[in-house]
Write a protein that binds this ligand. Sequence first.
Ligand code: T4K
Length: 410
Amino acid sequence: MKTDIRDLAIFGNAPEFADALHVGRPNIGDVESFGRRLREILESRWLTNGGPFVCEFEEAIARFLGVKHCIAMCNGTVAMEIAIRALGLTGEVIVPSFTFIATPHALQWSGITPVFCDIDRATHSINPKCVESLITSRTSGIIGVHLWGGPCEIEALSRIAEEHSLKLLFDAAHAFGCSYNGRMIGSFGELEVFSFHATKFFNTFEGGLVATDNDALAERIRLMSNYGFAGEDEVISIGTNGKMSEVSAAMGLTGLESLEEFVAANHRNYLEYERQLAGLPGVRLYKHDQKERCNYQYVVAEIDEHETGITRDQLQKILWAENVLARRYFYPGCHRMEPYRSDVSRVDLLLPESELLCNRVLVLPNDTSVSVQDVAAICRTIRLTLENATEVTSLLAQRSSDRIAAEVSA
Ligand code: T4K
């Protein structure tokens, strides 16, 4: 156990963890159960194209979410692109910048301009007041992102969408197993899009899904995800290949059997992070509404360098040296990534809250491979660093000037 900052790995010592702790280590579920399904797939020689496991998976998810239609897809990004096209979105769509790049990219890829909107400090999600100020005659829709599994302000967004006749859809990539006013996320807006990527707490290796209560829309999306095929050799719409494979569905069905266990491990660790970091000046954990269901996957710490005396990036480097691969999701913000940052029409873009969070957020490891003892050790490193911030920063400065001197003399 490290009790002196001179023991930190960044100053040349052994790391706290021999094996890296990741943000996004997949939860696996019961290997035997998956193995049985895999054998069945191989023996049946039915590997994809709406096979029995995909059908079973879609039905199971629809029951779990309490939604009429679920269309499983190869990943969340393609699911979003198909959803955008099926909804007939055009022109401009309002979207937060503080999200994974897939959200605006799905629009841009479809020839639609993502109009970046600022977020609310408390929810980290799109701010309905900012949404209203961005609506123009070209706006066709709004995409809310339930960031970290915390629901957007769904009622306010629904009101705005209705008043302006806009389509409202949600990127629910983080929100599988989460609720809003007691109702599972999945049936709000026109549709909601999930990601079941390996790094999500519930995964299908790669995978995604569109959930909707709208019969006609579901039909269109299903057609589009299979090239528009309505029969053996009849194509009735534009389409692409968005299909989920049988092996992914088998992984999903296996994961569903352990879902409660995954959430329980996440929640246990979340509470431990909360306990261990309590009272540490300048560190604030993103809080979930206790009345709602939540998957507790993302443990999101805001590091306020004015209070901690050390920057988020310095803390990240210290943690990485200890083999704790904490992530700066979603730095530097989509608007500061290509092709958006070079777009001259965006030079006046002001997103103060998004900028602030992009520079403060550090996401900490949390999954079934992370133990309570691991969490305690991570938090000890954070506490040791922040409680000695002045000394740590001067040692870091010393270390970098020594390095420069060594390079110059080499
Ligand atoms: N909307 C939102 C809000 C999203 O967050 C995402 C995806 C999407 C849409 C799009 O859904 P998909 O099309 O992906 O279904 C990761 C994921 O690739 C991405 O799916 C996810 N969001 C995003 C938040 O995280 P990276 O670039 O951070 O991944 P990477 O390769 O650095 O992996 C993260 C950590 O996980 C690493 O430390 C290694 C570890 N890892 C990763 C994989 C793939 C493992 O231990 N095992 C693995 O198999 O984007």
